[in-house]
Write a protein that binds this ligand. Structure first.
Ligand code: AMP
Ligand code: MG
Length: 410
C-alpha cells in the first residue's frame, strides 16, 4: 500500500500533454493554451476616457466645487470610436463618452454627474487630479509583454482577452479520448429490469459526466461481466482507441475481481494497486504503450466500484491526469482552511476525505460532515461542497480544530 501523496505523484509523473493544434476561438473554450500570448500592441491601445464626462484642463477646475462651480465653454463632443477630436483650450471643456480617445491637451476627465450642461456652457462642480478618469495607453500591458502563459485554461475571460488582442484562433492541446468500462455481473443499465439483486450502473453515467465537465468530448462507455476473458477483451479494445481508460469495480480481492489480472494480460505496467486513503483503498494506476503511431503512453485507472470511492478517486487521480493531458500546468487542488463543526474519530493509517458542507459563521469557515460517510452512500457526496483532509496518522478531529479543506467542483 502506498501513501496518497505518492500515488498522486505517480499519476502526475506519467501524464504528459497531448499534441498541439491551432483551433478557432469558439473551439478553444475549456481547453488549455499551448503557447504564451504576448501583447501585439499597448493595452489599452490609446489614452481613453473611463467615464462619460468632460475633458478639462486642471487649472480651469482647480477651484470648482458645489459652492463655487466653474463655467467652461463646450468646445465639442467625442464619441467612442471617433479619433482625432480637438482637446480643450483654456476655459474650455470637451464632452467625451466612455472609451473614446482622449484628445490632446486633456489633463483630466470630470464625470458627467458633477457637471451641468446648458446652451454651450458646462458648469463643473468638482476639481480634478492630474490624469483622473483617463485610462492610459499601455496601462495594463505594454506591447510585447506576456498577457497569458501557456497552460492557461480558455475560460470566458481568457477567450475575451484573446479576442481583445486581435486573435481569431489559438494553439491548444488535443483533448483526451476516454474509455469508461464498468465491471460487475450485478450491474443493470439505467432504468433496466433490476431483478432481486441487481444494481443500477450509476458509475458509468457519473464518470462520463465528470469527464465531460473537464472538457472531454470523446468517450466510450462499456459494461463488462465479471469474467477474466471478457475483461481482457474489453480492455484490449479500449487501450487501442483511447488515451485514458477508466475501469470501475473489480479491483479488490473478491473472487470475481479481474481488473488487475486483465491489466497484466494486456501488457500494462501497474504502478499501484492499493492507496492509504479512504474512500478508495483498492485503486489501480497502470500505463500501457501506445498501440498506434502516436507514441503516447495510455493511462489506465482501475477505480473501486463503490460509487463514492469511484468519484473521489476520479477527483484525486483521473482529474489531474486529464487536465495535464490537455495541457494544464497547475493541477493542485484548491485548499482552504476551516474549523470542524463537529468532532470526528478514526483509526490511524489512512488519509480520509470526509465529505462536508461549508458555512461562514462568526468570521470563519466551518466544515460540517455530511450524513452517510460510507463509500456506498452517494447522498453524502451529493450534498458535499468539499473534502476535509483527516490526516493519515490522526485519530481524532476535535470540534473547532483547524483543518485543511479541498473544494469540490464537478
Ligand atoms: P467492486 O469494486 O466491484 O467490488 O464493487 C463494490 C461495490 O460497488 C459493489 O456493491 C458494487 O455493486 C458497487 N458497484 C460497482 N460498480 C458499480 C457501478 N458501475 N455503479 C454502481 N455501483 C457499482
Ligand atoms: Mg464488482
Amino acid at each position: 500500500m502506498i501513501s496518497f501523496e505518492a500515488a498522486r505523484s505517480l499519476v502526475i509523473e506519467h501524464a504528459h500533454p497531448l499534441p498541439i493544434a491551432t483551433v478557432a476561438l469558439e473551439e478553444a473554450a475549456g481547453r488549455f493554451l499551448a503557447e504564451e500570448i504576448k501583447a501585439p500592441f499597448d493595452m489599452p491601445r490609446f489614452d481613453n476616457s473611463a467615464v462619460d464626462g468632460f475633458c478639462v484642463r486642471l487649472a480651469d477646475v482647480e477651484k470648482a466645487s458645489n459652492e463655487t462651480p466653474v463655467a467652461l465653454r463646450l468646445a465639442g463632443t467625442i464619441r467612442a470610436g471617433e479619433a482625432g477630436g480637438r482637446g480643450p483650450g483654456a476655459g474650455e471643456a470637451v464632452k467625451i463618452m466612455t472609451g473614446a480617445p482622449v484628445p490632446q491637451g486633456t489633463e483630466a476627465a470630470v464625470m458627467r454627474e458633477f457637471c451641468e450642461e446648458s446652451s454651450g456652457t458646462v458648469t463643473v462642480h468638482r476639481s480634478a487630479q492630474a490624469g483622473e478618469n483617463i485610462r492610459r495607453a499601455g496601462g495594463e500591458y505594454r506591447q510585447g509583454q506576456t498577457v497569458l502563459s501557456a497552460g492557461t485554461r480558455c475560460s470566458p475571460p481568457v477567450l475575451g482577452q484573446l479576442v481583445s488582442l486581435g486573435m481569431t484562433g489559438v494553439a491548444v492541446h488535443a483533448r483526451p479520448r476516454v474509455a469508461i468500462i464498468s465491471t460487475g455481473d450485478e450491474l443493470v443499465a439505467p432504468g433496466g429490469e433490476l431483478g432481486e439483486a441487481g444494481v443500477y450502473d450509476g458509475n458509468s453515467v457519473a464518470l462520463a459526466a465528470a469527464c465531460h465537465a473537464l472538457g472531454v468530448r470523446e468517450r466510450s462507455v462499456r459494461h463488462v461481466s465479471d469474467k477474466l476473458e471478457a475483461v481482457i477483451e474489453v480492455l484490449r479494445q479500449a487501450v487501442s482507441e483511447a488515451d485514458v481508460v477508466i475501469t470501475v469495480g473489480g479491483v479488490s480481492v473478491g473472487d470475481y475481481d479481474f481488473v488487475r489480472d486483465a491489466l497484466a494480460a494486456v501488457g500494462a505496467h501497474t504502478h499501484f494497486t492499493r492507496v492509504a486513503m479512504k474512500p478508495g483503498k483498492p485503486n489501480v494506476f497502470a500505463t500501457a504503450p501506445a498501440q498506434d503511431a502516436s507514441g503516447k503512453t495510455r493511462l489506465l485507472f482501475g477505480l473501486p466500484g463503490n460509487p463514492v470511492s469511484a468519484l473521489v478517486s476520479f477527483h484525486h487521480f483521473v482529474r489531474p491526469a486529464l487536465l495535464l493531458l490537455m495541457g494544464a500546468r497547475e493541477v493542485s487542488p484548491l485548499l482552504v482552511s476551516a474549523r470542524m463543526g463537529t468532532p470526528l474519530r478514526k483509526r490511524a493509517g489512512r488519509l480520509e476525505f470526509v465529505r462536508a458542507t461549508l458555512a461562514y459563521e462568526e468570521g470563519g469557515v466551518i466544515a460540517y460532515p455530511t450524513g452517510g460517510q460510507d463509500s456506498h452512500m452517494l447522498g453524502g457526496l451529493c450534498a458535499a461542497q468539499c473534502l476535509v483532509h483527516f490526516p493519515a496518522e490522526a485519530v481524532k478531529l476535535d470540534k473547532d480544530e483547524p483543518v485543511t479543506v479541498e473544494l469540490l467542483s464537478w
